[in-house]
Design a protein around this ligand. Sequence first.
Ligand SMILES: [Zn+2]
Length: 77
Amino acid sequence: MIAGAMIESSGRYRLRTWLRRNLPSIVSARIPKGPKDCGNHEWYRQDADHDACYHCVTGRRRRGPVGTPSPRIAERL
Ligand SMILES: [Zn+2]
């Protein structure tokens, strides 16, 4: 993804995320995730039981059993 597209996407801390992904690790290790809610979490599997947001430290959730819909999807059911 190019920097322009990352910066234009909604949510805070997208530039930080782009820099962490694209700079050498010795530099990117000094750029932490954002400390506040980014406003538009994008999830990845952090460990066996939790998902975390790429952009902020507040974005962390416990994953339910396999086949359990996410809270956002469950609201619509
Ligand atoms: Zn987030």
